[in-house]
Write a protein that binds this ligand. Structure first.
Ligand code: XUL
Ligand code: CO
Length: 473
């Protein structure tokens, strides 16, 4: 194995002795050298020929392969747009999405794929991913362990596969500002996780999941990942009849506590993130929404150790709006990351579409600005092309459109601060301040009411609020 720089070698030797398997040869980015144990990954030249680096051309541009609103280095509200946004490509959708659905076969046949899940193609795919990020001008990416490297016959073999692809990713990152926004372990695809991972009825599955998370945390740190994520896709139930809910939730808390402990052992500085979703694939997922997840963290003494990754389509599945869950997370000090996507108002499942609604983006950005940004989190495009979109350039267009929509949201001032301030001004009084400080008892309030008589109740001015908001778009 080849890693440049002695400090990296010393670091790996001291802190992560088992992260990278020995003697795994990595493919060079330029593919001149043979790789994959002696044979090249068989792809020469560019993966996206004819598409050059995407540039900012301004709102009047008609070029679909240009940014109209996202101007990375432009300052808005005291920060560069790229620092507000911290955009990330989701490896699983962009490079593993096939267009298959429960009724239909894959529709996408990207030229670099050969229909296998081999290590050779995993490496070739990783090189395509880096060319994509470089051309898009996005320097963060998110991955599941199993997206980027194939399962082996044993955990050891699987880890060795992962090490081989991670070594290539590390090499491709070198000399760039690219790094993972977060990594995660895929604890939902394999049949062993059918009853859950941390909440499985089987202790050996709990242990397997722990081993998988341990490794995923290590490689995330090794790649310079800024956060580590848990999405509990199968942590929930299909039927309460056969479920010991209390026991499962306690197991989940023990699992997350062990992750906190291991993070500290690793010296991993990023945030641990939990991603709420109400259901799908389970009937009920324990991390239902931001409020439920917050209550779980508090009950189990885990608050302060985790932030939330709010996904817009998950928020709407839980019966909220995306801005509702963002604000719930924010006011509780938990807003750590956003999985930027949207659902379809007529479809009741997680369609993971790129967000193109400017009003929604304006409200999303309002929460982000109020939060002072998302760092070390960012916006991960947990979004995929429609099944019917099958051109390679569609991958670019989808991301550009999602990025421009959020950039436009940042440029809009959707804040109705003055209107909201006025609405609550009756509390900007001596008695109001005492109430807010929790110092007024019922007897005092009864006395006040007898003195004041029937209260004056003004208009909420909702239509005015809507009018002002619309004119900001
Ligand atoms: C599933 C989902 C996941 C997580 C990562 O709905 O959002 O892709 O973001 O496991
Ligand atoms: Co997500």
């Amino acid at each position: 194995m080849k890693i440049k720089g002695t400090s990296v070698l010393v670091f790996v030797a001291l802190v992560l002795p088992t992260v990278i398997a020995e003697s795994t040869q990595t493919c060079r980015a330029n593919l001149e050298a043979a790789c994959d144990g002696g044979s090249s990954d068989g792809w020469d030249g560019e993966f996206f020929p004819g598409i050059s680096k995407i540039k900012y051309e301004g709102p009047t541009s008609k070029n679909p392969l240009s940014y109209k609103w996202y101007n990375a280095d432009e300052e808005i509200l005291g920060k560069k747009m790229k620092d507000w946004m911290r955009f990330s490509v989701a490896f699983w959708h962009t490079f593993r999405g096939t267009g298959a659905d429960p009724f239909g076969a894959p529709t996408k046949s990207w030229p670099w794929e050969d229909g296998t899940n081999s290590l050779t193609i995993a490496k070739r795919r990783m090189r395509a991913h880096f060319e994509f990020m470089n051309k898009l001008g996005v320097d963060r990416w998110c991955f599941h362990d199993r997206d980027i490297a194939p399962d082996g016959k044993t955990l050891k073999e699987t880890n060795a596969n992962l090490d081989a692809v991670v070594a290539l990713a590390k090499e491709l990152q070198e000399g760039t500002s690219i790094k993972p926004l977060w990594g995660t372990a895929q604890l939902f695809l394999h049949p062993r996780y059918m009853h859950g991972a941390a909440t499985s009825s089987e202790v050996a599955v709990y242990a397997y999941a722990a081993a998988q998370v341990k490794k995923a945390m290590e490689v995330t740190q090794y790649l310079g990942g800024e956060n580590y994520l848990f999405w509990g896709g199968r942590e929930g139930y299909q039927s309460l009849l056969n479920t010991d809910m209390q026991r499962e939730l306690d197991h989940m808390a023990s699992f997350l506590q062990a992750a906190v402990d291991y993070k500290k052992k690793l010296g991993f500085k990023g945030n641990l993130l939990l991603e709420p979703k109400p259901q799908e694939p389970t009937k009920h997922q324990y991390d239902w929404d931001a409020a439920t997840t917050f209550a779980f963290l508090q009950k189990h003494g885990l608050s302060g150790e985790f932030k939330l990754n709010i996904e817009c389509n998950h928020a709407t599945l839980s019966g909220h709006s995306c801005p509702h869950d963002l604000e719930t997370a924010r006011i509780n000090g938990l807003l750590g990351n956003i999985d930027a996507n949207t659902g379809d108002p007529q479809i009741g499942w997680d369609t993971d579409q790129f967000l193109t609604d400017i009003a929604e983006a304006t409200l999303v950005m309002l929460s982000v600005v109020r939060n002072g940004g998302l760092a070390p989190g960012g916006f991960n495009f947990d979004a995929k092309l429609r099944r019917e979109s099958t051109d390679v350039e569609d991958l670019f267009i989808a991301h550009i459109s999602g990025m421009d929509t959020l950039a436009r949201g940042l440029r809009n001032d959707g804040s109705l601060a003055e209107l909201v301030r006025k609405r609550y001004q009756s509390f900007d009084t001596e008695i109001g301040a005492q109430i807010e400080a929790g110092k007024v008892d019922f007897e005092t309030l009864e006395k006040k009411t007898l003195e004041w008589g029937e209260p004056y109740v003004p208009s909420a001015k909702q239509e005015l609020a809507e009018m002002i908001f619309q004119s900001a778009l």
